[in-house]
Every structure is written in C-alpha cells, then in structure tokens.
Ligand binder design. Structure first.
Ligand code: BES
Ligand code: ZN
Length: 418
C-alpha cells in the first residue's frame, strides 16, 4: 500500500515537474573546488568570506530559492606582526607570539623596563613597582587573562608570559585585553628573568593586531512548506575557515553537501519549511549560528549540521550528550532504510550547539578529523567526492523524513515530532 502510494506520488510528481534527481558527489565536489580551490581561506569578516557568501547565494537563486543575508556582528581579531627586541647597544631579537585578543602597541612599538613577577599572582606584585613597565611572568596556575589583568590593573603597559615547558605556546586571553600580551619560549623567558634581576633590562615590543567589531552574514535559502509552513527545518554548516587554511574538508565539504541537497530538493514539495543556512563566524566562536538561533529560532523544529564530511572511515551522526536526540534517532532510521552504514557518536563543538542551547533537536553529520585539519594542506584533494555523495543521499532523505510530519507537533515539546 505504501509502495503503491509512493509510486503514485512519484508519477504525479514527475508529471508535475517536481521529480527528484539523485544527489551527486561530483556536483557537490564542484562547490568544494570553488570555495576551497578558487576562493581559498574564508576567515569571517574578510574578502574570502564575502566571496563565498555571494557564490552560495548565486547558486541557491539559480536553483530557485528565495535568498537573503542574515547579518550579525562579531569580534574580529587578526595578528599582523609581532616584534620583540632586547634594547641596548646590540639589540637582540626574541621570538614572541601574540596572545589571541591582545591589545596592540602604538604603531612604532613601545620600549620599557622589564619587571619579573614570578607567576603574576597578586602577591607576586607586592613590593614591586610595575607602573609604566613591561611585566614578565611565568606560565601556569593563573590563566593568561588573569596574569594580564593583574599587570594592567597595577599600571603595567605590556606583559610577556614565558612558557613553563620547552618551546613557545600559543594561547588566548578569552576577551579583549587592556594591554599588549605576548608569549615567549621557556629558554628566552629564563634568560630575560636573569637579565632583569642582574640589573636594568629594557625591551622593545611591537604588536600589530586588528581588534575590532566587524559585521558579516549567514546565507539563508528558504523553501516554504506546503501544509506546515510555520514549522522550519534548518540545514546548516559553516563556510568560514581559519586563517591560512583553504578549509576544504573543514568545512567546504559540509556546505557543498548542503547545497547539493538544496539543488535536488528545489522542486520537491515538503510539508514543513526548509531553510538552508551556511553560517559564517563558526571558527571564531560559533558567532553566525548563535546569532541565527538567538534571532530566528521561532518555528525551528529541528536542525541538521554538517561539518567535515569529506574525509574519514565512516559517516557519523550524533548530538551533544544530554540533549534531545529524537532527530538523531530519525537519522539512524533513515540511514538504515537507505542501506547507508553510519556510526552514532557524541558530537564536538560546531554549529548545532547553538541550537541545542535553545532546546532544539539537532543531528550533526561528521566523518572524523583529518591530518590537514586547520592547516594550509586542507585543499580540495583532501576531500573524497564519494563521501559527499553518501552524505548528500542521507541528507536529502533525512530532510524529507523530518519535513513530512507524521504526528502533530506540540509546541514546546520536541520529542516524537518526526
Ligand atoms: N570542525 C571543527 C569542529 C570539530 C572538530 C567538530 C572536530 C568535530 C570534531 C570546527 O570548525 C572548529 O574547529 N571549532 C572550534 C570550536 C569553536 C567553538 C571555536 C574547535 O573545535 O576548536
Ligand atoms: Zn568546522
């Protein structure tokens, strides 16, 4: 009976011109080549980010979707240059790295006396005058931010944190800092401590960073539902990348798969409204999806996130521990029906988290972390079109399963909805 119904629907659909074509890994891969190969790195708030958004909007419009940009603001941060020298007759250059969210120095840099303060705890400052000085502190016990704040509140004009292990360590100040803050290696740090204690040590520091609020946009392609237009299924995935990485697997693979599903479903009616939403600002802290979930979650009954689906042994579906997993259960059933083998997993930090925070059921598609993750080597060749094909087939079927409501939805209750 169901088979007959499906057959009739398929025939009627074909006659009406909304017959569904199959998703193709090869056409999804074309998007990976454009986004990661032609455009390249797509850091939120930069030209690559804008070009990618325009490209996707154009594609969605060609498929027949209504497209809009959902703009949002976020804290943009970029390191341009860091220079550090021991001042004196023979200046000595020391390799220093900016802590993320550091303040900049004046363009010409600054020069001041260095005061060593142990770990940089409040008691370490007792009896030491650091007003107008550069503070030197060892890593450990307190966060970088706490050390920076202790120095800044006592009048220091910059802080150098040296590693408590060999080598130089990258790190973040979590929020915008009041003063310039850099890290150096353990070796260099110990030499500076010795020099500071032996007599007067002056250091020149130049930190050139961009630290400002910028605005960028998510792309929203909408197909209105036939019988339940006020209930929305969101299909998301981030299109921004980290600096210097073309982000082929992370995450041109996910948005390419999402766009291929959009192409295939463009002329297939669905009961619920479908929104395809490539997000920006994920790599800097889920900013695009957070803004979307905060401002536009009205009516959203489920969210599917795709992040890194082009490399790895097996497709995985999951959500965060302790969250509503009704949509994951549906995905497992859909995969079984299609004969696609998937593993269930406990998902990492990506855009679905922004929706889970509002109690919305999510499914995260992911395939594992490749060796090129966040590196310049994450190029299109890192992505296998076969994997995109598999993810797109599951995605197309899952969107249909989630959007054709079988039971009546109770507002505020998400389980048993699909
Ligand atoms: N694609 C990753 C997230 C990821 C990594 C998911 C491994 C599943 C397994 C994403 O682009 C990323 O790198 N996110 C950041 C977190 C974000 C909140 C800044 C991360 O994981 O460091
Ligand atoms: Zn990612």
């Amino acid at each position: 009976m169901q088979l007959l119904l499906a057959l009739v629907l398929a025939l009627v659909g074909a006659a009406a011109g909304w017959a569904q074509t199959a998703p193709s890994g090869a056409s999804a891969f074309n998007h990976v080549q454009h986004l990661a190969g032609v455009i390249g790195p797509r850091v939120a708030g930069t030209a690559g980010d804008r070009q990618a958004a325009e490209y996707m909007a154009t594609q969605f419009r060609q498929y027949g979707y209504a497209v809009e940009f959902h703009t949002f603001q976020f804290p943009f941060f970029e390191v341009r240059q860091v220079q550090m020298q021991v001042a004196g007759a023979q200046p000595r250059t020391i390799q220093a790295e900016a802590l993320l969210l550091t303040a900049a120095t004046p363009a010409a840099g600054l020069e001041a006396e260095v005061v060593s303060v142990g770990l940089g705890r409040p008691e370490d400052f007792e009896g030491r005058r650091v007003t107008g000085a550069i503070v030197l502190a060892e890593r450990g016990v307190l966060t970088f931010r706490e050390k920076m704040a202790n120095a800044a509140s006592r009048g220091a004009i910059a802080i150098i944190v040296y590693n408590n292990q060999p080598g130089i360590v990258p790190g973040t100040l979590q929020q915008r800092a009041e003063i310039p803050a850099v890290t150096v290696s353990q070796d260099d740090g110990r030499q500076l401590v010795d020099a500071a204690q032996a007599g007067s040590l002056r250091v020149r520091l130049m930190v050139d960073v961009v630290n400002e609020t910028r605005s960028t946009a998510n792309v929203v392609a909408t197909k209105r539902g036939t019988t339940r237009p006020n209930e929305i299924i969101v299909i998301g995935g981030h299109f921004d990348s980290v600096p210097r990485s073309p982000g082929a697997n992370d995450n041109a693979s996910g948005v390419a798969t999402l766009m291929e599903a959009a192409r295939v479903l463009a002329s297939v009616p669905t009961a619920r409204t479908i929104q395809f939403v490539p997000f920006s600002g994920e790599e800097l802290g889920l900013f695009g999806s957070s803004a979307f979930a905060t401002e536009r979650r009205q009516g959203v009954v489920a969210m599917i996130n795709l992040d890194m689906v082009g490399w790895g042994e097996r497709l995985m579906v999951g959500n965060s521990p302790g969250r509503d997993s009704s949509a994951v259960d549906t995905a497992l059933q859909t995969a079984q029906r299609l004969g696609i083998e998937v593993n269930r997993f406990r998902a990492g930090a990506s855009d679905h988290v922004s929706f889970e925070r509002h109690g919305i059921p999510t499914v995260f598609f992911h395939r594992g972390v490749d060796p090129a993750y966040h590196r310049p080597t994450d190029v299109p060749a890192n992505v296998d079109p076969k994997h995109l094909d598999e993810a797109a087939r599951l995605l197309v079927a899952l969107i249909q399963d989630l959007s054709q409501a079988r039971s009546s939805a109770t507002p505020g209750r998400y389980s048993q909805r699909f």
